[in-house]
Unconditional design. Sequence first.
Length: 181
Amino acid sequence: MRLLCVLLLVLTLAVGCSQAPKNGAPSQDTNHQQVKVQQIAPQKLEIKDSKAVAERLENLATSIPEVESSHCVVFGNTTVVGINIRKDLDRAKIGTVKYSVAEALKKDPYGVNAIVTADLDLDQRLRNIRDNIQAGRPITGFAEQMADIIGRVMPQLPRDIRNPSASPGPNDANQAGSPNR
């Protein structure tokens, strides 16, 4: 009886999968209707002279009204642009200015994939990284600034704090759950 049920199930699946599409179903033959798409976004160029590209993108960002200064750092083929905006602007206007800078950079083949930030702290750190690169300390300066950025971003959770390796004595005030205190 089981063999008959299994055989019937296999036969049903085989017949169901081999049926031809009905009149309303689309044909599997797609050779007649191919769509050709043309790339309209500018291609990202390989950055060969990072100092010249950084200056170019800084000047482009600074040309936007409301941008007081900009600082650009190029690592390999990636660019980060920090902009310094007047302090009296509200958040909506800052977002608009940042968007305007991104639009201007999009038109440049070196800035099309740039990362734009209007955060004052990140702008200062980008300035420090750029200064370290110009002083001949690209890796050390970058590592120090990235450590500072990550240290600010990462939260400190009390449960992650580890006790010192020396075991505390019974009279230690830092001992949790001490009923005498």
